[in-house]
Write a protein that binds this ligand. Structure first.
Ligand code: URA
Length: 305
């Protein structure tokens, strides 16, 4: 009897210890991102955070697993749960590509671009006063990219918003300020990393960039990746992730997992867009998990470990 009580007490202590470690990790993260607001929302039905590095061809298998995942898209915040996820099988296209793969962009334009600043200058010059797609007509400034031309870590977002359009610099609005805090929480400053977007001109009313716009801008972001040659790209949100990985799979399926870029040997970690976090703060903990994987990969110290 006494043995049973002792065993139960030990078990209870260990469970309480786990809970308290989890809570203090969360608190530490809140401090790291400079947030004081307590996060809400369930974590138990989210089973991401896979450690494996699936190749692009593995994605079919991930779709099944993804159906257990909660997914929030930046635009409409559609919540994918085991209950409401569509169970329809993938459509096989005539050309043999899966229905979650999208038309790839031209990859040859900057294949031999020089590394670093020289390469970025070549790409910027080539873009010039770009009118390759309809987005040019609404822009104030073309937003090329900013940061360390030789960064080991690169962030790729979707496209400029109003603040970025005015300043000509990516991620300077509210979402950008959160990104800056995330970068700091990872042990960097903005000048250490390189930041760019899938499209360089602001889509009207911040709508998603359309396919033709992504195709037009795609070679330039590819060139930027080649020039900077980062070890890791953090793909911010659904649009950036889908464009970089040439897929239509939902962000909730992809985030927290390592991928290799389809054309360049660089690791990609998809995560939720900072703008999504501003609207659904229960996502912050998942982003922190994803960023910690990146920190571990890059050998950065992880707070509390
Ligand atoms: N959102 C993006 O995706 N990119 C920016 O530069 C700003 C907001």
């Amino acid at each position: 009897m006494n043995d049973n009580v002792g065993a139960t007490t030990t078990l209870a202590r260990s469970v309480l210890g786990d809970i308290s470690r989890g809570v203090s990790e969360l608190l530490r993260y809140e401090c790291e991102f400079g947030e004081t607001e307590w996060t809400r929302g369930p974590v138990s039905n989210v089973v991401g955070l896979a450690q494996e590095k699936p190749s692009i061809s593995d994605r079919q298998g991930e779709r099944g697993r993804s159906q257990q995942l909660e997914s929030v898209d930046r635009g409409d915040f559609q919540l994918l749960t085991p209950e409401n996820v569509k169970k329809t099988p993938p459509v096989q296209r005539q050309d043999g590509r899966s229905s979650t793969q999208i038309e790839p962009i031209r990859t040859d334009l900057f294949r031999n671009v020089p590394r670093g600043l020289d390469g970025l200058n070549v790409i910027r010059e080539e873009l010039g006063d770009c009118r390759r797609c309809k987005l040019h007509s609404g822009r104030t400034n073309l937003v090329f990219g900013v940061g360390n031309p030789n960064a080991e870590l690169m962030f790729v977002g979707e496209g400029p918003g109003a603040d970025e359009d005015i300043q000509g610099i990516p991620f300077v609005g509210k979402a950008g300020q959160l990104l800056t805090r995330q970068i700091a929480a990872m042990g960097y400053v903005r000048e250490d990393v390189y930041i760019a977007n899938i499209v360089k001109c602001r889509p009207p009313n911040n709508r998603d960039p359309e396919h033709d716009e992504r195709l037009a801008c795609g070679p330039y972001v590819l060139g930027q990746i080649r020039a900077v040659s980062p070890k890791v790209i953090v793909a911010l949100g659904r649009v950036a992730t889908q464009a970089l990985l040439e897929t239509t799979a939902p962000i909730g399926t992809l985030r927290g997992k390592w991928f290799t870029h389809p054309h360049i040997p660089v690791q990609i970690m998809p995560t939720y867009h900072p703008a999504a976090l501003l609207r659904a703060d229960n996502l912050r903990r998942y982003v922190w998990e994803d960023l910690k994987q990146v920190m571990a990969y890059l050998g950065k110290p992880i707070p509390g470990r």
